[in-house]
Ligand binder design. Structure first.
Ligand SMILES: [Zn+2]
Length: 228
């Protein structure tokens, strides 16, 4: 069982959207797992071996959360019964308290597919009389994170203060040299943009950095001290 399971369409999406939160949760002793749904290949830059090495370096910067790659085909990811079962088996294996998935609006079809697969597999994972491996499990919470492909002006449900882990997030993102630096007209443009977004959301709660999240279901707070 893990506290947080992150379904990341490609190996860098988890870092870009919620690297500070992942580093914070790991530092707090939470059990965190990242499942990269695709290898990220084919991609305009780099190759599979390079991406795997960069992912390992990024994961180290985040504090070594558990991580695996399902190696489903990049750009061909669709919401199928077979893929729902793959994802439901993942949910059963990790039994997360909180399931993190991409926000429902996105420019990248793979991201949209992982959103839909996550919603549907959450339901599928609790079913009996099915050939999905593992014991039934229904993640109590689903939280959506924001990827960077669609330039959304977002209204999040809540923010997580990541000020103490912004440096770790930057190291993790910068590990993906092939994606953000090598051969680019503006090296570091995407990491810089993400830092600006996090600084903006940090300013909303009077902190240097924060990451935004969204939930369809209402969330409760246990006491006033959790409101900052
Ligand atoms: Zn992606």
């Amino acid at each position: 069982m893990v506290d947080a399971l992150i379904l990341s369409p490609h190996p860098d999406d988890a870092e870009l959207a919620m690297g500070g939160t992942i580093a914070r949760l790991v530092a707090e002793g939470r059990r965190v797992a990242i499942v990269d749904v695709t290898s990220g290949e084919p991609t305009p830059y780099g190759d599979e071996a390079t991406r795997a090495g960069e992912t390992a370096a990024a994961n180290a910067a985040l504090g070594h959360p558990r991580r695996e790659n399902l190696a489903l085909p990049n750009r061909w990811l669709e919401v199928t019964i077979a893929n729902r079962k793959v994802m439901a088996a993942v949910i059963r294996r990790y039994r997360p308290k909180v399931l993190f998935i991409p926000f429902r609006l996105d420019a990248h079809p793979d991201h949209l597919a992982v959103h839909e697969l996550g919603i549907r597999a959450r339901f599928d994972a609790k079913l009996t009389k099915t050939d999905i491996p593992g014991e039934p499990w229904y993640p109590p919470r689903v939280v959506q994170f924001f990827c960077t492909h669609l330039k959304l002006s977002i209204q999040p449900t809540f923010l997580i203060d990541t000020s103490d882990h912004a440096a770790a997030k930057r190291r993790a993102i910068d590990a993906y040299q092939s994606q953000f630096y090598v051969g680019r007209d503006k090296p570091g443009e995407v990491p810089d943009m993400v830092a600006e977004i996090d600084a903006y959301f940090g300013s909303r709660i009077g902190r240097p950095f924060a990451e935004p999240f969204y939930t369809d279901e209402p969330i409760a707070v246990s006491d006033l001290d959790t409101l900052v």
